[in-house]
Design a protein around this ligand. Structure first.
Ligand code: ADP
Ligand code: MG
Length: 746
């Protein structure tokens, strides 16, 4: 897999941008529940009051609030509240918000106070709470007695209307301190947030007393928080769009580059490497396997990076919201990890099998489709259909198994999530009752829990997809890592011009990769220019193998082949191949028309050259008979022309460049004797200076050749003319006698 990473290099900046966007998106996603909890906690429960330290309050209220503070706290507060007068910068703004300020002296928080808001809230919150409590105490003795009893404070029965503050101020210091301590003791267990929440009604009442529109304040707080949430959501949407765009661009570009690389590598393969991979497998690797890896890149950019950011961020935030419930999340995450592990163990080993089965299915379908006519002719439809059926069923079964395992995941995930939600509400409700947690925090906590679970869901996808894609990645890397065995020479030797085309085989031996024994050995002969060298031998004797050594489709394993005295391995491959015209045993035509096929070797061939080639190849007659002549359409693989026509077109194609070396591998087999003879005659005139190598099984074809190589089981068992070989080569004589009568041979 990591071997394919280099294909991502051109897209590094997209990846980087993508990661940055995901970070931004995760942050925004994680901020949303926080705003929700603020709307609930501050906007609704605290009536829109954010701080326990009022922005403005009556001077008299502040004096009373300060009574309940220690001397240090009192001094601290005195430094941070100043009288509001006309010289204040925001005087008009403040008087507009608090109209009461025009009539009574009002204190406002100064800049220093605003800077220490948290500390200020803690001290003022307690003071405001105590004051509120005392206020109620004097206003409604009955309710107060009840509250005092609950709080465990002993309150002396006072006649209604007694100004408790006056009493308090006149108390001796120790008594006043004791009373203060008694009153504030109950706040000591409360954390900052709880104090702010408890003091909020006192602050709100003070604002109301100053004539402020407290309902409007609340509304505007909620609207502000809501608007921020909307803005965040819009930002998330933009980030998601951008991530979608970037990941699609990157993954499809990556896949395109990968397919190109695989295709180029396969094109550079020599016949040896192609023997190793089946065609079907190479096709699967360039299509299906690349798609798997492409999907992974996309998932990586959309989810795999995102999930951990989200998971870790969610856990941190959830714990900061309600740390006491961390164990609930830990339990859920533990359950999720177990689930993913189980699925991992069950499903992942199957992925490798799936890719193999896809290969098999491809192989069987390819064979069935390309061999359809033969299958019908032999009435093998049923057995072929059965083969397909088996391959298809195997793939479907394993796919089904994997899907079943995967589909179990969804419901179990939901179960875990729902149990988690219920537990959070259960535990949270108790904590709210103890006022160690706020309602909004539970809401936020449940949302974080959801986000954490989802991020684990995404990560589990990663566990499923990464192994699957890495199977595919390995299969692609296998192709990319296979070095073609046919190399260009580091410093090619140039052939002397004009090229004569003298081919010399010296002690040549060859063995197919993985073969047990040599397919060829001990070959020693020279094919001279202007002369026919015939190669004859029973099937399987290695004739086609010799032929494939000349254009270096394979390299010799021992000995050497030289062209005009230069070892083939020292020649530039392109130069070598343009000197050799090979007509393979099985002619292959490409889709297009006759002309495009003829121009295959030489795009710029003159029309006269094409004409000459088709005339020599004895193809002119049938081409001229076609209504559209040279522009006659050729179907894929040349399936719409007869075997003999195909062979003649393949011969003409090789002749077009008039190469110095022409090799015919059993190329006249589909021609009738008359055409065969005519072709050979025309050929010897057309290519009189060329080296002609003619592989055949027909004695008649080569009987007059000046040099005949006889092969048997890869060994050269004879070399000479027909008459010489008849006299002293047993193999040759046997072949000859099997084809011609004694008289004919004389
Ligand atoms: P001929 O053309 O004389 O009929 P070939 O040259 O095609 O014979 O084959 C010679 C021998 O090499 C045969 O035994 C054949 O099985 C083997 N052979 C041919 N092609 C391959 C290949 N691609 N991989 C391994 N062995 C091969
Ligand atoms: Mg052959």
């Amino acid at each position: 897999m990591h071997k394919l990473v280099r294909f991502l290099k051109p897209y590094w900046w997209m990846l980087l941008l993508n990661v940055a966007l995901l970070f931004a998106q995760a942050n925004a996603d994680l901020a949303l529940p926080d705003y929700l909890s603020r709307i609930v906690n501050v906007g609704i429960q605290q009536g829109g009051i954010e701080h326990a330290a009022p922005e403005a309050l009556r001077a008299e209220t502040l004096r009373r609030v300060q009574l309940w503070m220690t001397p240090d706290e009192r001094a601290y507060i005195s430094e941070r509240y100043i009288p509001l007068d006309e010289t204040a910068l925001n005087y008009s703004e403040l008087t507009a918000r608090y109209p009461g300020a025009a009539e009574t002296p009002v204190m406002v928080v100064n800049a220093q106070g605003r800077a220490d808001q948290t500390e200020l809230d803690a001290i003022m919150g307690k003071g405001m709470l105590a004051n509120y409590f005392v206020q109620q105490l004097t206003a409604d003795p009955e309710r107060t007695a009840e509250m005092a009893e609950r709080a465990g404070i002993k309150v002396p029965a006072l006649p209604p209307g007694t100004d408790l503050y006056t009493v308090f101020e006149r108390l001796p210091a120790e008594q006043a301190d004791a009373m203060r301590a008694g009153l504030t003791k109950q706040f000591s267990a409360m954390d900052n947030k709880a104090i702010v929440q408890a003091a909020a009604p006192a602050v709100r009442a003070e604002y109301a007393a100053l004539g402020a529109n407290v309902d409007g304040m609340q509304m505007s707080y909620i609207i502000r928080a809501g608007a921020l949430m909307l803005a965040l959501t819009a930002a998330i949407m933009m980030a998601m769009l951008a991530v979608g765009f970037l990941s699609s661009m990157t993954s499809s570009g990556f896949a395109r580059d990968l397919r190109r690389a695989v295709f180029e590598r396969v094109s550079a393969f020599s016949a040896g490497e192609l023997d190793n991979f089946s065609t079907a497998s190479l096709i699967t690797r360039t299509t299906n396997d690349v798609t798997q890896v492409q999907m992974l890149v996309m998932m990586f950019m959309r989810m795999i990076i995102y999930a951990p950011i989200m998971g870790v961020g969610g856990i941190l935030r959830a714990i900061s919201k309600a740390g006491s419930m961390w164990w609930l999340i830990a339990a859920a995450v533990g359950a999720l990890i177990t689930l993913v592990m189980v699925i991992f163990i069950l499903a992942v080993p199957k992925f490798r099998i799936i890719q193999k089965l896809v290969d098999r299915l491809n192989l069987v379908s390819r064979e069935s489709l390309s061999g359809m006519m033969v299958i019908r002719a032999f009435n093998r439809q049923e057995s072929q259909a059965a083969r397909f059926e088996i391959a298809n069923r195997d793939l479907a079964n394993i796919g089904l198994y994997v899907s079943r395992v995967m589909s179990a995941m969804g419901p179990v995930m939901m179960l875990i999530m729902n149990v988690l939600m219920v537990s959070i509400l259960w535990v949270g409700a108790h904590e709210v009752q103890n006022s160690s947690l706020q309602v909004g925090d539970i809401l936020a906590f449940t949302q974080y829990a959801m986000q954490i679970v989802f991020s684990f869901l995404m990560m589990s996808f990663m566990f499923i997809f990464v192994p699957r894609a890495s199977v595919s990645g390995r299969r692609i890397a296998e192709v990319l890592e296979t070095e073609p065995t046919i190399h260009e020479p580091a410093t090619p030797v140039a052939l002397a011009k004009p090229v004569r085309g003298e081919l010399t085989f010296k002690d040549v031996a060859f063995r197919y990769a993985g073969g047990e024994e040599d397919a060829l050995r001990g070959l020693n002969f020279t094919a001279h220019p202007g002369q026919i060298t015939a190669i004859i031998g029973p099937t399987g004797s290695g004739k086609s193998t010799i032929v494939s050594l000349v254009p270096r489709l394979y390299d010799v394993t021992a000995g050497s082949i030289t062209l005009d005295g230069v070892d083939l391995r020292d020649l530039d491959l392109h130069e070598l191949r343009s000197q050799v015209g090979l007509i393979p045993q099985r002619s292959v035509l490409f889709s297009g028309n006759i002309e495009s096929n003829l121009r295959f070797a030489d795009e710029s061939a003159a029309p006269e050259a094409l004409r000459e080639a088709i005339e020599v190849a004895q193809a002119a007659e049938f081409i001229d008979a076609l209504p559209d002549g040279m522009s006659h359409e050729i179907a894929q693989g040349g399936s719409n022309v007869s075997g003999g026509q195909k062979q003649r077109l393949a011969i003409a194609r090789a002749l077009v460049g008039k190469p110095p070396v022409l090799i015919f591998d059993d190329s006249f087999s589909a021609l009738d004797y008359r055409t065969d003879a005519a072709l050979r005659q025309a050929l010897s005139r057309y290519a009189e200076a060329s080296t002609l190598i003619i592989v055949t099984q027909r004695i008649a074809t080569i009987r007059h050749a000046p040099q005949i190589v006889v092969l048997d089981e890869g060994k050269m068992v004879g070399l000479g003319t027909h008459d010489e070989l008849m006299a002293n080569c047993k193999t040759y004589r046997e072949i000859a006698l099997s084809q011609l009568s004694e008289e004919e041979l004389q």
